[in-house]
Write a protein that binds this ligand. Sequence first.
Ligand SMILES: [Zn+2]
Ligand SMILES: [Zn+2]
Ligand SMILES: [Zn+2]
Length: 340
Amino acid sequence: MSNEIRKDYLLDRWTIIASERAKRPTDFAGRPSRTAEDKACPFCPGNEQMTPPAYLLCVPSEDGVRMEKDSDTTRTTNWLVRCIPNLYAALTPRKAVDFADDGLLRRRDGVGAHGVIIESPNHDEHPGTARLEQLELVVQAYMDALQSFSDWEYVQIFRNHGKEAGASLSHAHSQVIATPMIPKRVSDELQACRRWLKTEGSCPYCKIVEIERGGPRFIFENEGFVAFAPWASVHPFEFWIVPIRHQYTLLQLDATEKRAFSQILRACFGSLANALSDPPYSYGFHVAPNHGNYKYFHWHLEVYPKLSIQAGFEDSTDMFINVMPPETAAKSLRASLPKI
Ligand SMILES: [Zn+2]
Ligand SMILES: [Zn+2]
Ligand SMILES: [Zn+2]
């Protein structure tokens, strides 16, 4: 059975039924991190043949870094960041789209793209301790992913850290899934943004930045970005990173902002690791979709530490119980910021 996307009987909620992904390998069983004897990590340098050819590589060069690609038969080994198609893709780039609008049983083919961004040759690289130059390459790879998959409706960039957060391999990596429709969360945010713009005449996220800067939920800010625990945090220690300047996509980052974004990533993930002994977490970017005019949107990164389990109440209501007030979480994250 190939991957497909099914819509809920009634709700505007789509689920990817990804049978292919069930076969993917894991290195987490009893092994929190790689040991010298364990050479089986498919993302570690030297093991490039275990994965498909890279569609993008950052390789060191005389004047910094240059971009390269693997050929079908050869693999570059001295890379700094390596972007590859996911071998166990949730969505695959096929041409024919079988769209069945069959009343209550709506489905469409699981078309899209699924990529992996290997963030460093260093297996245990962590955004809380990585060199700024390396983080900037990762941010550049995120920007390139948005560009590479711009034919699809939406490009979701995300990162899972730790087995409890859904990562199947422990090597530092992010993922990109390009979808043939705008996911519900993003479409809800777009709609709310449009409504706010219509009634208030401004961008709600610009207003949120103004409210949260220096307030009780504030965590960190630099010349481009502000980090805070959101007012109605769903997860304990949830935080968001939002650009201060109104921007609808990561592709609008200039060189200074790219550096500032890398710096705030390091500050916030360093703080999260310090405060809670490196907990599992996921994060995801919300950016403007690819087709249409979404300049009113304000991109941001949402970080979800995995410290509690979504259970019966949350699953049945989409309403959450968070035992950690965002004000307390922000205070503790502020106190745990690393010296940069
Ligand atoms: Zn590795
Ligand atoms: Zn804005
Ligand atoms: Zn969002």
